[in-house]
Design a protein around this ligand. Sequence first.
Ligand SMILES: NC(=O)C1=CN([C@@H]2O[C@H](COP(=O)(O)OP(=O)(O)OC[C@H]3O[C@@H](n4cnc5c(N)ncnc54)[C@H](O)[C@@H]3O)[C@@H](O)[C@H]2O)C=CC1
Ligand SMILES: O=C(O)CCC(=O)C(=O)O
Length: 447
Amino acid sequence: MALDQASREAYEEIVRKNPAEPEFHQAVFEVLEAIRPALQRDPDLRDAAMLERLCEPERQVMFRVVWTDDAGAVHVNRGFRVGFSSALGPYKGGLRFRGDVTLGTVKFLAFEQIFKNALTGLGIGAGKGGSDFDPAGRSDAEIMRFCQAFMTELVRHIGPETDVPAGDIGVGGREIGYLFGQYKRLTNRYDAGTITGKNPVLGGIPARPEATGYGTVYFLEAMLGARDDSFSGRTAVVSGSGNVAYHAIAKLKELGAKPVACSDSGGYVHDPRGIDLDLLHDLKVARRGRLAEYVDHVPSAKYVADGTPWDVPCDLALPCATQNELDEQSALRLVKNNVRAVAEGANMPCTPGSLQIFREAGVAVGPGKAANAGGVAVSALEMQQNAARERWTFERTDRTLRDIMTDIHRTCLETADEHGVAGDYVSGANIAGFRKVVAAMDVCGYI
Ligand SMILES: NC(=O)C1=CN([C@@H]2O[C@H](COP(=O)(O)OP(=O)(O)OC[C@H]3O[C@@H](n4cnc5c(N)ncnc54)[C@H](O)[C@@H]3O)[C@@H](O)[C@H]2O)C=CC1
Ligand SMILES: O=C(O)CCC(=O)C(=O)O
């Protein structure tokens, strides 16, 4: 699919106005391409400069973060928070701390969040933030000082009815605790609903750490079910070994699939017996170490430095690490090895070329906007829990998550069907999210 003339003009203007932001351009292009059947069916959807408004963030904040390391040296980083759309609720989306984060990265992520959050149906707008601070190798005390410095500016821009951050790459429970502690200190308020992903002792909901990975697997389960298929006897390859990947691997195992490979930024491990979850937890979660050490404990497994896990034959592929990590070459290898389905736990992990290859080969792809929406959905449940001063159980949260993922899956399929692109989850997810947010923008006046 390509863009029609009007969308192409809108896209070219966006590229011109947002130079040097290739990931943002890519995310916009993918949405404009995927919603083409809806624009063809209802040209009114373009009225009142809807596409142009949708692609322009409501606000963007960029700030200096100054902190000291354990030796007393002073460091300067950049902080970002982009509020992309408040049509459906307060800005909602995570914070990413990683050395390569730029304004363009945060904008692409916040843009994706618009459609994802709309799909959850839970009344949340879209935002994202982060910093080019790299937590790898930093002590707890350094992380705490960085988080406190970051929040010292961010505090002016967030609140339970304004903008509600959470975690993403490099931001987990530890960082959320430090950020919330500083927020509380600066505001003199216990607004638990200002940040999600908190430890339950601070009012966090149980199962938020598990939610994105579990949700991706629930979505994949529904994709397989729609094809009269199941996890039974299926091998899976998962990229990454962080929050999303770890919990995806755990849930795959629980539901009867066999995850045989995972990765970190150094390389991948292939363990034909199935990834050892306790060992992975010890290496990557408890010790924040390197995956290369896996083979010291399981000599029959293979570690491939700098390799891609997509070389390992599998039935199911779950990219759960980072953007553009699954390229055309990888897609061709997966197709050659008869992959059945791909579920994106990460945001925009498949390049446009790889998506095209999967489409042509008839491989079902669950796009991140739909497949990884479980994380932000459970964050919205955490906001609900905090507002009502309730305490949810793990079982209640997990049950609700599964229902939400099944609903999102149904919405994607029905929407694709209604728009003449049956079975195309990428189009279905984008069109359904787009229609929801446009409906809200339409009745709000020109915002
Ligand atoms: N944490 C959440 O709730 C959500 C996360 N996501 C997305 O999921 C992805 C992973 O996020 P988290 O697991 O939270 O982060 P994390 O920081 O817990 O883990 C990231 C993992 O990716 C690996 N990694 C980074 N670059 C890599 C590369 N080039 N090749 C292979 N592995 C690489 C890291 O070693 C680490 O294992 C990101 O795309 C994020 O935006 C999406 C929805 C919600
Ligand atoms: O729970 C949240 O608000 C963050 C989720 C997120 O950043 C994402 O869906 O990519």
